[in-house]
Design a protein around this ligand. Sequence first.
Ligand SMILES: [Zn+2]
Length: 458
Amino acid sequence: MAGTGIRIEEFIINYQGRNFLNKMIMASRIAAAFTVATITTTIAIPALAAPIFLHCGRMIDVRALEVLPERTIVINNKKIARIDRGYTAADTTNGATLIDLKNHTCMPGLIDLHVHLSLSVTASSTMESFSFNPPDYAVRGVANAEKTLMAGFTSVRDLGSAPGVGVALRNGINQGIVKGPRIQAACFIATTGGHGDPTNGLRTDLVAFAGSDRSVISGADEARRSVRQCYKDQFDLIKIATTGGVLSLAKSGDAPLLADEELAAIVGTARDYSFQVATHAHGAEGMKRAIRAGVQTIEHGTYLDEEAIALMKQKGTWLIATLSAGKFVVEKAKIDGFFPEVVRPKAQTIGPLMQGMFSRAYKGGVKIAFGTDQGVAPHGENAREFEYMVEAGMPPLETIRAATLYGATVMGLDKLIGTLETGKVADIIAVAGDPAKDIAMMSQVKFVMKDGVVHRQP
Ligand SMILES: [Zn+2]
């Protein structure tokens, strides 16, 4: 598929004499089609002719939840060509590469379903919203994408970055211009005054200056228009907030934000465009409305109760618990001035509840996939989430399944990524030691391969 990129370049060159606007619209349509149809393709990197042999001391089968000893994974043309028992010799005279991971545990590339690549929460975040231009966020996003990949996360859902950054990063990474994980970029639809309304907390003349934001809706018609705009803007999925948020400049973290008819309009229109809907929710009422409306994932889930657990099981809704964000905000709320005063009590209240919620959800049989809300806690430290999940009662190998097979399932990419099996895309990582025995090893990522390209090795 490397040839597709060349065709796009030729296309752009051939059209240089024509109307500039038409040219750009056509090129971006082709780029969009390209991104959706061929997620495995990295334009700038040529197909790899010679195979790569990985000698893995251990290999995790995330379907069977087993750690298998001594396996050789053979990668050819960006895919897993085969997996042998024991260590198969590589014919290096034919250009094959051998990578020794005998002291390591190999597993599928990790998947974080909840990151914000252009966000890095610090004590100066509120001020940055007044001084940062879109390029500032884009530059930060590039750096954070690389940190994420180097930490072993080969795919992510970006659930809200500064305007345009998630889509631009996705395209730039697919084209091989910058390094980062495979991205599905979410279009964030907020409600007036709700979580994600960019003018919350601003003085009134600045709100007027900022003007209307088409991603902030009230009413079913605006909801439908907003989903269609997300399609036009080339996003991959929809993100909504059905309750307040901890870090938004608004009083309540748990009040419901969307009415049933607005939710029906969003989910119904999203379905028309094959969008999944990810839902930020802390409070139980907003959460239940979203589950009933048919959203795919509940993000955070703080006040999950028995009724919500039953509804999620009935509807097949996934929970993405983001324990890392809970831990981070509790710590930082102790520091005077780190958060604005309207945020601090929400952080103190909601943060400590999250691991208890996770335990209830796990015991209750809710489907749980892995997501951190990174950008709240620092990018590149995504793997701390594994430790928090184990602390809350999930066995280590199940946390790894949540970050591989289940992540791929939520992204709709489970035929391509998420397991180590013949024919799958070669997204493979290795950590030092055995994470089934010590989950903290997940933060010791020593080898990263994405699309058959090695980005990090011991
Ligand atoms: Zn988030």
